[in-house]
Design a protein around this ligand. Structure first.
Ligand SMILES: [Zn+2]
Length: 323
């Protein structure tokens, strides 16, 4: 039922050569945990850290892509690499988990639209334009000095992604890059793992104006479970941690600004390096968020939208816009 728009599992797969087919105590995401938590699919991010540049970044992304394919090949009756919303529905009917691919940080494509198309052909459905460093495509929320938003090449990337039907992901992008994309993109845009700045002041969270614009353009925001993005009160040294309540506060706020059809879940599991939210140690617990939504009066159809339907619908619209 749940489709998570952002987990960092490929980085873990290459770092620990972990078997994702078994329930590992130190993994936040594996296939048994997804099944236990009624998570029917997740976007596996091919994440390149800002310090890896150029051809090394391309190589890193290909290694992670290969690890994601290997993980599915080793568990053929459990999960499959998934290229489209239609394939996700087929997988569900066959009892298979959907492993979607996203690229986090456009560094691996360098300044090459043909590399972008190559990754798309291999199954990469979204590109998070930046991570914590400005790159050839756009400025990051963590720096934001190189281009003043989207670069000239970044505008070509946006046009190419529109033509391919790829999702343009602006989590981590600078505010200026976000607004440039809102203006430049012919299709809706997404923020696969972002929270609300009105509730937690982190620079990489979305302002109310950004949430509104994202909804008006028909886009999607996946609420992130990383404690630093959920609450300004979070401090590793102190015992209090945000939990399900704070996550659903962010969902409520995003629903108010962007609309009920434009919000989902992008947990960042396997990328949460410090403490996970209280009571949400791994992806098997994500459904507790849906229980809290029900307690707050969301109808079952609304809960299902946020659980994953919205993401698939927005993706379908982005593909339709490309035709
Ligand atoms: Zn991220």
């Amino acid at each position: 039922m749940i489709i998570d728009s952002h987990v960092d599992t490929p980085s873990q797969l290459i770092r620990y050569s972990r078997n994702i087919g078994v329930d590992s105590p130190d993994a936040q995401v594996d296939f048994p945990k997804m099944k236990a938590g009624e998570v029917s699919g997740a976007f596996f991010a091919l994440y390149t850290p800002p310090e890896i540049k150029g051809a090394d970044a391309t190589r890193r992304a290909l290694e992670m892509l290969s690890a994601a394919y290997d993980a599915c090949d080793e568990n053929p009756n459990v999960a499959a690499i998934t290229f489209s919303p239609e394939e996700a529905a087929e997988n569900r009917a066959q009892g298979l988990l959907s492993v979607f691919l996203g690229m986090e940080n456009a560094e691996p494509i360098g300044e090459s639209r043909s590399l972008l198309r190559t990754f798309y052909r291999l199954g990469v459905s979204y590109v998070t334009l930046t991570h914590n460093a400005d790159n050839a495509v756009a400025d990051s929320a963590a720096e934001g000095t190189r281009w003043g938003g989207l670069s000239p090449f970044g505008r070509e990337v946006v046009a190419e992604m529109n033509a391919l039907g790829m999702m343009i992901d602006l989590s981590h992008a600078s505010d200026k890059a976000f607004w440039d994309c809102i203006e430049a993109s012919q299709a809706p845009i997404v923020a696969t793992h972002s929270c609300c700045r009105a509730l937690c002041g982190h620079r990489r969270n979305l302002s109310d104006d950004m949430l509104k614009a994202l909804g008006e353009k028909g886009g999607y925001v996946g609420i992130n479970f990383y404690p630093y993005f959920l609450s300004d009160r979070f401090d590793q040294a102190k015992p209090w941690r945000p939990g399900v309540k704070e996550i659903v506060d962010h969902i409520d706020h995003a629903v108010q600004l962007a609309g009920i059809d434009h919000v989902g879940i992008g947990s960042d599991f396997d990328g949460i390096e410090d403490l996970t939210p209280e009571g949400l140690e791994n992806i098997s617990k994500s459904r507790l968020v849906l229980d809290e939504m029900r307690r707050r009066g969301y109808s079952e159809p609304e809960v299902l939208k946020v659980a994953g339907q919205n993401l698939l619908e927005v993706w379908k619209t982005i593909i339709t816009c490309s035709k």
